[in-house]
Design a protein around this ligand. Structure first.
Ligand SMILES: [Zn+2]
Length: 238
């Protein structure tokens, strides 16, 4: 769960700390801009402080983007592999078919004229097919934390695999459905642990450790696998 702040069209993550006396701004590896501030800082004060720094932030982001490996994009051609829950399925293009994209046994079938909007069709497919799956999976994993979310949703989360809202609703990036089940489980248990501990505090990591003793190994594998997936930003995080 992170607090965010919109300033001049840019989204900042706000990290509050009781120990902090001054305001600080960093742009991390994934290109995310983070404002570090004392517990009591108001959103207005933060926006006023951040506004003159927008140009600097944009410059930093552009540099990080240039250094980061590019995001993989499929070409939407016959024979190309697409992953769902860690398994590969081939794409076949057809001249005629009612739906833009459908899944048939072992392959994806896409109508040729739908390739221009290929990502939108796959996004729809992953959300429609992945939603019941991830709801059931979260339901199965939640006893490990002992807390159940108010809801489980799939959506666009930018640099994040998942997030936990203040309303106790868990959101998962539809792109995470490309991952093997073992790694999606890590993403799910990580967000479930945020129901108990909102921030990445030592208490959070010990909740996670109890629920999933090999979480570090999974987190490491997740980091290395993200670059091989389509549509994923390098530096995706939970
Ligand atoms: Zn987290």
């Amino acid at each position: 769960m992170s607090e965010t702040l919109e300033v001049g069209g840019l989204t900042f993550i706000v990290r509050r700390s009781a120990r902090r006396k001054t305001l600080g701004l960093t742009v991390d590896r994934g290109g995310e801009s983070v404002i570090h501030c004392p517990e009591s800082a108001t959103a207005d004060a933060l926006a006023c402080w951040a506004r003159p720094k927008l140009l600097w932030v944009q410059g930093k982001r552009a540099l990080k983007e240039q250094l980061a490996p590019p995001m993989r994009e499929p070409e939407y051609v016959s024979g190309e592999n697409f992953r769902y829950l860690g398994c590969n399925y081939r794409l076949t293009l057809l001249a005629r078919q009612d739906e833009a994209l459908r899944f048939e046994g072992q392959r994806f079938l896409m109508r040729k004229d739908a390739t221009a909007n290929g990502m939108a069709h796959f996004r729809r497919w992953y959300i429609d097919h992945g939603r019941p799956w991830i709801v059931e999976r979260a339901d199965w994993l939640s006893p490990r934390i002992g807390l159940a979310p108010a809801g489980v949703r799939l959506g666009d989360l930018g640099f994040r695999w998942g997030s936990c809202g203040k309303d106790q609703v868990l959101w998962f990036n539809w792109k995470s459905l490309q991952l093997p089940v073992r790694l999606i489980d890590y993403v799910i248990v990580h967000e479930l642990a945020h129901l108990a501990e909102p921030n990445h505090s030592p208490a959070f990591w010990s909740v996670l450790e109890r629920a999933m003793p090999d979480w570090q190994d999974r987190q490491e594998t997740l980091r290395t696998q993200a670059q091989g997936l389509y549509w994923c930003h390098p530096g995706m995080r939970s």
